[in-house]
Design a protein around this ligand. Structure first.
Ligand code: ADP
Length: 628
């Protein structure tokens, strides 16, 4: 081990040795250029990894030369004192005796101080690049000797706290966690103590210095929104425990809900909101830039460097969300980390696809809704037309029945007239026959009722009342049809036979329209048998009950349906009659289907056509007689 101040002779020998070695390496241009990086701290700190990443990315040397990096660690937080430093310096001199570094990079204030103290042991003219040193550090160290260059960083404590207080206007307390046992922690403590007054009386400043970590976390745990925490982290706590500053910040963060701000980029990983700083990676890049120029042969005094590395506000996007800090409140040039990409940014194509599908679906649904409305309108107007058509068809039927009905009315009118004549004769004869007169008046009244019944039925058929959907007894409708058509049957010399079961059937619908269907079927049957002998002019209406529905057959003994297939007779305008319209059966089918039933036709084996109308039973609410 060499003494701290080696004897002159020994130093001269050493320097001489180093110079000779250096000269021999320089002449071999294809040899890698050695660069020694001396870190203030221990190995593997997150800050070092970041610095190293930036440094290596930019450590390019002109003319394709290679750089060989050598790293040394002072570990100044844990080891210090004159003996340690002397031993280390001796060790380094010996270690690098064969291999004179072309440039020495010192990272952090302690490494810079070490280099300053031991610069006489460096080969003459070796340039030193400092990094991770603040303007404040440089101010305390005084002017640097020739050959020492670097880009200092700005002071970050004040701007970070200023920004934090702007973002948390409700905060009444500023809690700063520091330590003093280790020198580099103490430097922070001194800076905080020097600057803290500027934040009062806006907030009460509480400096937690040198507390055991357990006490620090206990104190922080009690804080809420009323406080803002700032820490540069520490290497050794009040209980004497060493830790990385990152670990100290992690412990604090886990304990408190209050927003926390820090001094270094690495603390973002620990969960702080953010802070002003020059991140270690860009400091590494800056140092590499200086090294590159020196290796290219530029004398240190001519290397062009900025006066300081600007600090930028860095924030964790997730913490911004947590504390409700809007991005609009970020200062210019703020760097946002850990921003969760929005769905749009992450899956733009998928989102576009999904939006497209949604738009398509919306258009489709819109189209369907319009279509449905149109259909509703169409249905309503079809129903209206159907009813009007049905009414028109009933008028036609009424016209067809007019002759028979006129005859039907004529009969009671004739009887009334002759009864009146008889009564007059009795009165003129002067014979008192009150019994007979009473009998005659009763006959007149009965005939009058008969005539008015016929007119009533005709009127019913001609009515254009709105279509109803009410429970109606099908057997009653069949009976009414029989009464309406009996005169016509008589006029045509036909027989109308009606069979109804003992139990009556209720269906849901419109009495007049169902009547109309049956009248149509019977009149067609009369037509089909018009030219046949009397024996075949019988038309039978049969009502039959089934499990779910009730059917009405109208059968005749005519020639049967000649159309193929037989269902064709239900087509509109299909007719085989000279003056036929071909609408009766198509209207009948529409009416039956509107009643949720069906109608069909078949030719009977023994001749003639059988039309069958089937209607479902009305489902009645118990005890009400109304449709359920
Ligand atoms: P139209 O009576 O004006 O012809 P319809 O629609 O009532 O119109 O009848 C259509 C056609 O069905 C008739 O022209 C006839 O050819 C046939 N048809 C209807 N009923 C019978 C039946 N009972 N026997 C034979 N053919 C029938």
């Amino acid at each position: 081990m060499l003494p701290r101040r080696p004897g002159r002779l020994m130093a001269a020998v050493l320097l001489c040795l180093l110079s000779v070695t250096a000269a021999s390496t320089r002449v071999q241009a294809d040899q890698p250029r050695p660069v020694l990086v001396l870190y203030s701290v221990g190995r593997l700190l997150p800050a070092i990894l970041e610095f190293d990443r930036g440094f290596r990315q930019h450590s390019l040397v002109p003319d394709g030369q290679q750089v060989e990096l050598y790293e040394e660690f002072l570990d100044a937080a844990r080891f210090n004192g004159a003996d340690y430093e002397t031993a280390l310096s001796d060790h380094l001199v010996r270690k690098y005796a064969q291999l004179r570094p072309d440039v020495v990079v010192v990272v952090g204030r302690e490494a810079l101080e070490f280099a300053l103290r031991h610069r006489d042991r460096l080969p003459t003219g070796t340039p030193v690049v400092h990094a991770v040193v603040t303007l404040d550090d440089l101010a305390r160290l005084g002017a640097l000797p020739a050959g020492f260059i670097g880009v200092p960083t700005e002071d970050v404590f004040v701007p970070t706290v200023e920004q934090a207080l702007r973002w948390h206007p409700e905060a009444r307390r500023l809690v700063v966690v520091v330590a003093t046992a280790v020198r580099r922690d103490r430097l922070w403590y001194e800076r905080v103590m020097a600057e803290k007054a500027r934040f009062e009386p806006r907030v009460t400043v509480e400096v937690l210095a040198d507390l055991p970590t357990a006490d620090v976390t206990a104190r922080l745990r009690r804080l809420g929104n009323e406080a803002v925490v700032f820490t540069p982290g520490y290497h050794q706590d009040g209980a004497g425990a060493f830790m990385t500053p990152f670990a100290s910040v992690q412990a604090m963060r886990a304990a408190t809900r209050a927003p926390m701000y820090g001094a270094f980029s690495t603390y973002l990983e620990a969960g702080i909101v953010g802070g002003y700083w020059t991140d270690f990676e860009s400091q590494g890049r800056e140092a590499a830039r200086a090294v590159t120029q020196l290796l290219a042969g530029a004398p240190p005094a001519t290397v062009r460097l900025p006066a300081s590395a600007p600090a930028a506000m860095h924030v964790d996007w997730r913490q911004l969300q947590r504390y409700g800090i809007h991005e609009a409140a970020l200062p210019r040039g703020a760097v946002v980390h850990f921003r969760e990409a929005s769905l749009w940014e992450r899956d733009r194509n998928k989102v576009l696809g999904a939006l497209g599908i949604i738009a398509l679906q919306a258009a489709l649904i819109g189209g369907l809704l319009i279509e449905r409305r149109r259909r509703r309108h169409a249905e309503v107007s079809v129903a209206r037309s159907r009813n009007e058509l049905a009414h028109a068809s009933r008028l036609a039927v009424a016209g067809e029945l007019a002759a028979a009905l006129a005859h039907e009315i004529n009969q009671p009118l004739g009887a009334i007239l002759s009864n009146a004549d008889t009564a007059e004769l009795i009165l003129e004869s002067g014979v008192e026959r009150p019994e007979l007169l009473r009998q005659i008046l009763a006959d007149i009244r009965r005939d009058d009722v008969r005539a008015s019944e016929v007119i009533k039925r005709l009127r019913t058929l001609l009515q254009k009342n709105e279509v109803e959907r009410v429970p109606v007894v099908l057997d009653d409708i069949v009976t009414e049809v029989e009464l309406v058509l009996r005169p016509e049957a008589r006029r045509r010399g036909a027989q109308l036979v009606v069979w109804t079961p003992a139990e009556r059937s209720t269906v849901l619908g419109d009495r007049i329209q169902i009547q109309q269907v049956l009248i149509n079927l019977v009149l067609n049957a009369f037509d089909a048998t018009a030219d046949l002998p009397d024996s075949r002019r019988t038309v039978t209406i049969t009502v039959q009950r089934h499990a779910d529905d009730v059917s009405v057959d109208v059968r005749d003994h005519g020639p049967g349906i000649s159309a193929v297939p037989v269902d064709k007779v239900f087509d509109s305008f299909f007719t085989t009659k000279r003056s036929g319209m071909g609408l009766g059966l198509s209207i009948a089918r529409t009416i039956v289907e509107a009643h949720h039933g069906h109608i069909g036709v078949a030719n009977a084996a023994e001749g003639g056509a059988v039309f069958t109308m089937v209607l479902p039973y009305a489902v009645l609410a118990p005890g009400t007689g109304r449709a359920a």
